[in-house]
Ligand binder design. Structure first.
Ligand SMILES: Cc1cc2nc3c(=O)[nH]c(=O)nc-3n(C[C@H](O)[C@H](O)[C@H](O)COP(=O)(O)O)c2cc1C
Length: 190
């Protein structure tokens, strides 16, 4: 099973990218996490450019989502919402709406911030956006506040409690992906 991780931060020592690296450690054996690293190359969404072939960076993201059994988004909070680069990338993935690769795909959202609330608003917005696109969003959140106390200088998670909570969120995501895979297999066999 493959989980695609998408961090909404482009920052080198990002706490949110650190959350994804930690998620790779806590996933059950047999589940791989691939982190998408092409967010910065995705152009601003323009419907006039949304034709075949799509821009290469967009195709890379669409294909990575399509190849994954589930998606884990780690989002910072920018001005009480999600970063523009992340929203822009998902806008590209969402088209065409009826056949977009997130449709029906299990997804979970976590988030870290430097403030006291752990990106809870951004996570809520991210769940709303993913649901609108058609993903099956796990009804859990993982607010990681005061990042400087939970990550070291290079963005590695050093907080055991957060690591445990991350294990719970990723376990729920994997369970949702297993249920979906069983449903798809049953439908294919019928
Ligand atoms: C443009 C901008 C807006 C921000 N707005 C918020 C905010 O609304 N709430 C919050 O808790 N932190 C806010 N922050 C601080 C982020 O939580 C902090 O930069 C965090 O470390 C970003 O995540 P990263 O470490 O993954 O890059 C903001 C940061 C930036 C750059």
């Amino acid at each position: 099973m493959r989980v695609l991780g998408i961090s909404g931060s482009l920052r080198r020592d990002s706490y949110n990218s650190g959350l994804l690296r930690a998620a790779a450690d806590v996933l059950p054996s047999g589940v791989e996490l691939e982190v998408f690293d092409g967010l910065k190359a995705i152009p601003p969404y323009d419907a006039d450019d949304d034709v075949e072939p799509a821009p290469a960076a967009v195709t890379a993201l669409r294909e990575a989502v399509a190849a994954a059994d589930a998606v884990l988004v780690a989002t910072p909070e920018y001005n009480a919402s999600i970063p523009g680069v992340l929203k822009n990338a998902l806008d590209w993935v969402s088209r065409p709406h009826a056949t977009n690769p997130l449709r029906g795909k299990p997804a979970a959202v976590v988030g870290a911030s430097t403030g006291m609330f752990g990106a809870v608003w951004a996570q809520a917005e991210m769940r709303k956006v993913l649901s609108t696109i058609g993903a099956r969003v796990v009804d859990m959140e993982l607010p990681v506040p005061e990042g400087a106390e939970r990550f070291d200088a290079s963005g590695t998670l050093v907080d055991a409690e957060v690591r445990e909570q991350l294990g719970e969120v990723t376990a729920a995501l994997v369970e949702a992906a297993e249920i979906r895979a069983a449903g798809l297999a049953a439908r294919a066999a019928a």
